[in-house]
Design a protein. Structure first.
Lengths: 305, 157
């Protein structure tokens, strides 16, 4: 056991530690139990493990003194259709998204992102809540979820009761790997409003091979077609800024205007909204070229229907 | 020194109890603690599928699964498929098609194909290719493996 002694002076942010710093492993079965443990602080949350395990091996993840496996919490599972929205429990796997006829018909871009997600073995383990909390700028489900105006539900223990707050996903990400989630909070669900019946959406992921690839860039586009124009336009980008982003200026350039005339202005607006970096997958210049050409292609396709 | 966690689960139909550490993967537990070395360590990061096992009816990369998370679950490894009919068909068809060269990726492919044929008995070549997209073979290429899986499906009917 590490001879680390807890003191009241201990800073809120724990020091960088590898997995050997874990002193306690817990697998609560209820939300109440989990939130009580989180209130005490110093907890690393484990769900599917597909990000956390490699991060633990490379030393990228910082581990708190308690490792809490939330996979036994059945109340975090399942896809539920409510009146105006669909609730995805945080532990919904990517395979469950892919196998859902409802997701395929109502949230097409989200279904397409599940279809492009890694491999069968990973889709069976990875969860929607984990994909969100890992907060990678290239996280596959994040771009379409932003297109569908998804909200995250965060629960914490306050006095004896469970308090929840809901945040738009587009505001949840702070930086690569960082979110607005407080250490005492657990992301319990993602709520996604049902789009209009005639809403069409598309997800595009650019990678060097179809399977098991991290997005070089990702684009999510959704809109309602009316005649020669698009309304209710929603556009989001992945791997083109420190976090997945919504592109409101590009949306405004398209919304309600004849599509043929609006495309150039939209591409110019998109150029200003993205902030790509150069890394092992592509240069910033190449990412900009991809956005320019592929967004045009997506708009052509959506407009042609 | 790290904390030790007691877990118990069903492994290839038999109840087992063991002790694991928080950072241990299911793959390390199977190979190093339980001496089941049929499941292979390829990349250690979910890219190659050599470590594929079946957990509660789902195929997973055991290198990405926390050993502690095996507690209470039902796990099947390549060793557990020795007398299974679907695995028997796969074994025959892998041999007949010459879908094995060095053999290192084979347990992963067989466990994944076994899972796939459980869901869809007669997968199309496209479905097979999608099903094994998480498994890499660096020797033979995939043509014979895809053929073998299709043949196994046919053998079973």
């Amino acid at each position: 056991m590490d001879a680390q002694v807890a003191t009241t002076e201990r800073p809120a942010a724990a020091p960088v530690s590898d997995i050997t710093a874990v002193e306690t492993y817990v697998a609560p079965r209820s939300l109440a139990e989990a939130l009580e443990l989180l209130r005490a602080g110093d907890v690393t949350i484990l769900a599917g493990g597909t990000d956390l395990m490699p991060q633990s091996k490379t030393g990228k993840a910082r581990f708190q003194r308690m490792l809490m496996n939330i996979q036994r919490m059945h109340e975090l599972r399942g896809i539920t259709e409510e009146k105006n929205f669909v609730r995805f429990g945080a532990l919904t796997t990517i395979t469950e998204l892919l196998d859902s006829a409802m997701v395929k018909s109502r949230f097409r871009a989200l279904w397409e992102s599940a279809d492009h997600f890694a491999s069968d073995q990973l889709r069976n383990a990875a969860t929607i809540g984990g994909n969100i909390c890992n907060a990678s700028p290239a996280g596959d489900t994040l771009v379409p979820l932003i297109v569908f105006n998804a909200r995250v539900v965060l629960a914490r223990k306050k006095d004896a009761a469970v308090a929840t707050r809901t945040l738009p996903l587009s505001e949840f990400f702070v930086a690569p790997g960082r979110t607005q989630r407080q250490p005492s909070e657990l992301l319990t669900a993602v709520e996604v409003p049902l789009p209009p019946n005639d809403f069409v959406s598309e997800y595009f992921k650019f990678g060097t091979r179809p399977a098991l690839d991290i997005s070089t860039i990702a684009i999510g586009l959704g809109a309602v077609r009316s005649g020669d124009r698009l309304t209710d336009v929603r556009l989001a980008f992945g791997a083109l800024a420190p976090t997945p982003i919504r592109a409101p200026k590009t949306e405004a350039a398209l919304n309600g205007k004849p599509l043929v005339d609006a495309i150039e202005a939209a591409l110019a607006a998109a150029e200003l909204e993205i902030n790509p970096i150069s890394d092992i997958r592509a240069s910033a210049w190449y990412r900009r070229e991809l956005v320019h050409n592929l967004l045009r292609r997506m708009l052509d396709r959506v407009g042609k229907h | 020194m790290s904390v030790s966690i007691d877990i118990s689960f069903k492994l290839n139909g038999v109840n087992v109890r063991t002790k694991v550490t928080p950072g241990m993967s299911a793959l390390e537990m199977l190979r190093d603690e339980l001496q089941l070395t049929g499941t292979k360590y390829g990349c250690g990061e979910g890219e190659c599928g050599a470590c594929t096992i079946n957990v509660d009816g789902q195929s997973l990369n055991s290198c990405l699964l926390f050993a502690a998370d095996c507690d209470g679950r039902e796990i099947v490894t390549i060793e557990g498929l020795a007398t299974d009919a679907r695995a028997e068909a796969l074994k025959k068809s892998f041999v007949n098609s010459g879908a094995v060269q060095c053999g290192f990726c084979t347990p992963g492919f067989v466990v994944q194909a076994w899972h796939m044929l459980g869901k869809t008995q007669h997968p199309t070549p496209d479905q097979i290719r999608r099903g094994i997209e998480g498994n890499l073979c660096r020797c033979t290429g995939y043509k014979k493996i895809v053929e073998a899986i299709a043949d196994a499906g046919a053998l079973l009917s």
